[in-house]
Ligand binder design. Structure first.
Ligand SMILES: Nc1ncnc2c1ncn2[C@@H]1O[C@H](COP(=O)(O)OP(=O)(O)OP(=O)(O)O)[C@@H](O)[C@H]1O
Ligand SMILES: [Mg+2]
Length: 216
């Protein structure tokens, strides 16, 4: 059983994209997965709905939950599914704080720009506070939507800056900005299911998947 949170205070960093791809890859391994969409924008729910309408198998269950009762709700649901993946909206919300108390691991996607990295100070604090209630919580930053241009040094720069945050680790996998993510999401698919496959998107998503779930 695992409870994974994809969260962060910054909007548009790829949280929902990571949440739904990880969920689909997990379901494709035969796991019974639940996505909990805590964002009123409901992008994860739309993705699951598209998937259902297109009759894509395996099905990925998705429910919406709001409010501060979320942590109790998540713990209860975690008994009924093998994996729970929570997609939290891009702001400091009761849902984000509440989910941090229930999760085992949180992954915080950020785009490798200075402005995004600055928002991590607050995430570092939120994680520290949550660890007071949830001592086993571990937090990783995932560099997301990075440039595919090899001459851009932003990933290396972001790595260097991340050393400053006491409660945040850095994931090895880097997710780059690729059309394949947008196209797959639109059709309720993961980059593993999309045809034609983008091998680079697939590689990096599988690398992240491996890091998140190991061989559990
Ligand atoms: N790696 C990527 N490559 C290309 N496009 C991406 C990537 N990740 C996300 N996107 C696109 O960027 C937009 C925002 O992504 P997404 O909805 O996953 O972000 P989010 O962090 O969940 O946003 P919000 O804070 O609004 O919930 C979407 O149009 C999505 O398709
Ligand atoms: Mg989102």
């Amino acid at each position: 059983m695992s409870i994974i949170l994809i969260g962060g205070e910054k909007g548009g960093t790829g949280k929902t994209t990571l949440a739904v791809n990880l969920a689909a890859l997990r379901a494709r391994k035969g796991r019974d997965v639940l996505v909990i969409d805590t964002d009123i924008q409901a992008s994860a729910s739309y993705w699951a709905q598209m998937r259902d309408e297109a009759k894509v198998k395996p099905r990925v269950a998705c429910i919406q939950k709001f409010g501060k009762g979320l942590s109790t709700e998540v713990r209860d649901l975690a008994h009924r599914y093998q994996d729970v993946i929570i997609d939290a909206g891009g702001r400091d919300s009761v849902e984000l704080r509440s989910a941090l108390v229930a999760a085992e691991r949180v992954y915080i996607p950020i785009q490798p720009s200075q402005f995004d990295i600055w928002t991590l100070g607050r995430m570092d604090d939120l994680v520290k506070t949550a660890q007071g209630f949830n001592p086993d919580l571990r937090a990783w930053v995932v560099i997301s939507r990075a440039s595919t241009n090899p001459s851009v040094a932003e990933v290396a720069e972001a790595r260097a800056l991340l050393g400053d945050f006491e409660h945040l680790h850095l994931a090895s996998a880097v997710i780059r900005d690729r059309i394949a993510y947008r196209k797959a999401a639109r059709d309720g698919l993961s980059v593993e299911e999309q045809k034609p496959t983008d091998p680079k998107a697939l590689d990096e998503m599988q690398a992240l998947f491996q890091e998140v779930f190991h061989d559990e």
